[in-house]
Unconditional design. Structure first.
Length: 85
């Protein structure tokens, strides 16, 4: 098993992983990165209608083995913000 590090950037805060997780290979680490991206978007809440989320996967020697990015873009159909209750 090799150790992989998952650096994250949610468009507001960038965090470098100093602990890492063990996986059998690069493909398994990539799967974890994709799951992590989906979780980041789900946790984004009211961060705005245009955000980019990135996870960079590094291996034990710190070389980048994978980078995934997802972008969220939303807009209101009539161009106006909804009224707050």
């Amino acid at each position: 098993m090799a150790r992989y590090y998952f650096d994250t950037d949610n468009g507001e805060v960038a965090l470098a992983d100093k602990v890492g997780l063990e996986f059998p290979n690069d493909a398994a680490a990539r799967r974890e990165a994709v799951i992590g991206l989906c979780e980041m978007i789900g946790d984004a809440g009211d961060g705005g209608d245009r955000r980019s989320f990135t996870i960079t996967v590094r291996c034990e020697d710190q070389a980048v083995v994978y980078q995934g990015r997802m972008t969220f873009e939303g807009c209101w159909r009539n161009g106006e913000l909804p009224q707050e209750d």
